[in-house]
Write a protein that binds this ligand. Structure first.
Ligand code: ADP
Length: 547
């Protein structure tokens, strides 16, 4: 894994000479302390989820040395973040903020522009600033992970839940900033944040929402974590999936704990898919489905055991459908095609009523079978789902990475209306293109209500140039083909940001022109995360940076 660097180190920011870079670094070290400014000049280590690098994208899809920073800086406070931003403006060096860098499958901690200085906020700015038990909310810094927040709430014995994504090691603030999702009723992380403190690209400090109004005698505003929009344009949105600011504090709502019951439903046929979605829609719209349930293809019942592909199928290439079928027959799910994981909330009587409605709705699909966790063995995946769906962070989803040697993954994440016809178009594109490029298709549909996040996890061997090339080509084709039908991604890996942003081009790219107008006004020197989400500042535009 750790191989000598082939290119000159550290990789310099664009249009920067070694002398001016060295001088700028000396200045930064003088202001922050030498130990808090670390050059990226050692061999690159991909590490693993817990010991992940902040030097490059550990799940590289191009050359490992391509998406690298020149240095990493560790601020201790918002004031230090402001001074780093001023330093970047003075030296015209691009900076790239990360919270914890566990944005796996979307670029990790890598900057879009090689040679940028990564601001690793999480290492030293990792305080839970406030937990308000009465308001059921909290305020956190970038370095607070789901595990840390969960543990603190347990330690204080508060009857509150957090909402965690599949893996609990990431940053609560970072994930919400990138509009990630979890699985309790508070699964839309951005929708459940309330208030931000942001350092703007010129170094100025801004509070959004009610935070814009000072509290009595200089205190934080008492309504900051209670009311999201406050007065005037709702500005928080522009700081998510963008490069308009560095979020240094963020408020979140916490869910009052409640009873919960997870379950699994299996469906026998591949072509039940559209019908399952048709049954899901009214259940989701009426909010009978209690959380963000997942519909998965049965091949994932094999992969979530943590056993490698070679255990199930020794051959090269994709696991054939009949082989999946044969193995599924010997697993608790049986010979089925689709598996639905849901959770209902409330007191036992209301959970029973909800489950009766859900069972009766899905029973219209011939051969569907209903399971409770108590029907399934203790090592079954459902127990990990039940934890996540009741706000308990886990790491079980790392088992994905056993599928192939040196596994890395990419997510293709289009949004589809919760309607059989639409979901089938998106699914068919995935089936066809995964086959074309020789990858197993692992679709998980996260049902949010009127839409579903269709997440295809593309797992590849990062030691194989051929697999990287095919995975990249697959992503490019998926984005293009889905866009032709009108389906777009909610999030993507750094290297596909330009392509995805380019699909949102209604009315001669009105949206991107709007984003560029904001970018140029807020960040005239173009120093903050150039290219993130396809937004390039004017000093980078038209110079061949777009991919
Ligand atoms: P995680 O927080 O899940 O560990 P990251 O820290 O990598 O993942 O955050 C995901 C992405 O969101 C980053 O690559 C960065 O572009 C953006 N981001 C994260 N934290 C901030 C922040 N505090 N301010 C601005 N952008 C951020």
């Amino acid at each position: 894994e750790s191989v000598p660097r082939l290119r000159e180190v550290p990789r310099l920011p664009p249009d920067t000479t070694r002398e001016s870079f060295d001088r700028a670094i000396v200045e930064l070290r003088d202001s922050l302390g030498a130990e808090n400014v670390v050059l990226n000049d050692k061999p690159l280590e991909d590490g693993w989820y817990i010991e992940h690098p902040n030097t490059h994208d550990a799940f590289h899809i191009v050359d490992q040395e391509e998406l690298v920073c020149s240095a990493v800086v560790y601020p201790e406070s918002t004031a230090e973040v402001q001074s780093i931003v001023k330093w970047a403006n003075k030296h015209m060096i691009p900076i790239y903020p990360i919270s914890m860098g566990r944005n796996v499958g979307y670029g990790g901690s890598a900057p879009r522009v090689p040679g940028s200085v990564v601001i690793d906020l999480g290492k030293r700015m990792n305080k839970i600033l406030k937990i308000d038990a009465e308001n059921a909310s909290c305020v956190v810094e970038p370095g607070v992970s789901y595990f840390a927040l969960y543990e603190e709430i347990q330690r204080r014995k508060l009857p509150l839940w957090i909402d965690t994504p599949d893996l609990g090691g990431g940053s609560v603030l970072g994930n919400a900033t990138d509009r990630g999702v979890g699985y309790t009723p508070y699964g839309d992380h951005f929708a459940n944040h309330c208030g931000m403190e942001v350092v703007l690209p010129n170094g100025e400090l801004l509070r959004t929402g009610m935070g814009a109004m000072p509290g009595k005698n200089g205190a934080d505003n008492p309504t900051w974590q209670s009311f999201q929009p406050a007065y005037g344009p709702y500005s928080d949105g522009i700081f998510s999936q963008s490069n308009f600011g560095i979020v240094c504090q963020m408020g979140f709502w916490l869910m009052p704990e409640t009873g919960h019951q997870s379950y699994m439903i299996t469906f026998p046929h591949d072509n039940d898919f559209a019908n399952i979605v048709e049954i899901i829609r009214p259940l989701a719209q009426q909010r009978i489905l209690g959380n963000i349930p997942q519909l998965r293809h049965v091949i994932q019942e094999l992969s979530v055991t943590g056993l490698p592909k070679s255990h199930w199928f020794p051959g090269p290439g994709r696991v054939p459908r009949d082989v999946v079928r044969k193995h599924a027959s010997s697993l608790p799910c049986g010979d089925c095609a689709w598996v639905f994981y849901g959770t209902q909330y409330g007191d036992p009587a209301s959970i029973k009523t909800q489950l009766d409605m859900i069972k009766s709705a899905f029973s219209k699909i011939h051969g569907s079978r209903f399971f409770l966790p108590s029907d399934l063995p203790p090592d079954h995946y459902i127990h990990s789902r039940a934890a996540v769906c009741s706000g308990v962070p886990v790491l079980r989803e790392l088992d994905w990475l056993n599928w192939v040697p040196n596994a890395a993954h990419l997510f293709f994440s289009p949004i589809t209306p919760t309607r059989g016809e639409d979901a089938k178009i998106v699914h068919d594109i995935n089936v066809r293109l995964h086959k074309k490029y020789g990858f197993d298709l692992f679709p998980t549909l996260c049902v949010a209500g009127r839409e579903m996040h269709y997440i295809a996890n593309i797992i590849y061997d990062r030691s194989s140039q051929d697999e990287k090339r095919r995975a990249t080509a697959l992503m490019r084709d998926l984005i293009t083909e889905a866009a032709k039908e009108g389906y777009g991604e909610y999030r993507t890996h750094l290297l596909f940001a330009d392509q995805v942003a380019g699909t949102y081009n209604w009315n001669n790219n009105a949206l991107m022109r709007f984003n560029e107008t904001l970018k140029d006004a807020l960040d005239p020197n173009g120093i903050l995360a150039p290219g993130r989400n396809g937004i390039w500042p004017k000093n980078f535009r038209g110079k061949g940076w777009q991919l």
